[in-house]
Design a binder for this molecule. Structure first.
Ligand SMILES: Cc1ncc(C[n+]2csc(CCOP(=O)(O)OP(=O)(O)O)c2C)c(N)n1
Ligand SMILES: [Mg+2]
Length: 186
């Protein structure tokens, strides 16, 4: 499966009004291409920070489920956030990492992700569950299961770097993204 196929499975299996926080670049664009939701927050340019924003939201919106859609390059840039999430253990947080082993958005420069056992690291740091997934059917099954269970949950999702569909940029300014997202909380 490639990143778009994996993102599509996640979006199709949401149970309703989960808040999604997206890493910058293609992850945001592909999710927007799959479905335009007010409950989607997109980082524009701010690499490494989807997990920070998702963590803060999880603490401040305890009655909502928060799903972070992260990339391997992004998670490596904000690696300390795994320790923060593992230590505070927000029950309402799900952290997904789409690992294509490259900085896909900027031209497929290799990351160091092949050396990093992300799911083992997340488990050791205190996430309640952690899985490595490389097949569409297991992504669907495990994602549906963890949505019903208290977290924090971590899914390391191995995807191919292949891009079959170029998705357009997010057509909103940062201010519009923020205001639309806040309006979905009311
Ligand atoms: C501090 C910083 N460095 C570099 C960039 C340029 N940049 C935007 S997206 C991206 C790649 C992100 O990689 P990854 O999280 O693996 O996502 P992918 O595009 O592979 O899905 C890079 C390097 C940036 N936005 N900010
Ligand atoms: Mg990547």
């Amino acid at each position: 499966m490639n990143r778009l196929e994996a993102i599509k499975i996640v979006i199709e299996n949401l149970s309703g009004d989960e808040l999604l926080v997206h890493a910058n670049g293609a992850i945001s664009r592909e999710s927007f291409f799959c479905k335009n939701r007010k409950e989607n927050f997109y980082l524009l340019g701010s690499m490494g920070l989807a997990s920070s924003v998702g963590f803060g939201l999880a603490l401040n919106q305890p009655n909502k489920k928060i799903v972070i859609l992260d990339g391997d390059g992004n998670v490596l840039m904000g690696f300390g956030n795994l320790a923060l999430i593992g230590a505070f253990k927000p029950k309402n947080l799900i952290h997904l990492v789409f690992d294509n082993q490259v900085y896909g958005t900027t031209g497929n420069q290799p990351t160091i992700s092949k050396y990093i056992p992300f799911s083992e690291v997340a488990k050791l740091l205190g996430y309640r569950t952690s899985h490595y997934i490389d097949k569409e059917d297991s992504l669907k099954k495990i994602f549906k299961e963890i949505l019903k269970e208290p977290g924090p949950h971590f899914l390391h999702i191995k995807v191919s770097p292949e891009v079959t569909q170029i998705c357009p940029r997010i057509p909103y300014s940062a201010k519009e993204i923020k205001e639309r997202f806040i309006s979905s909380l009311k």
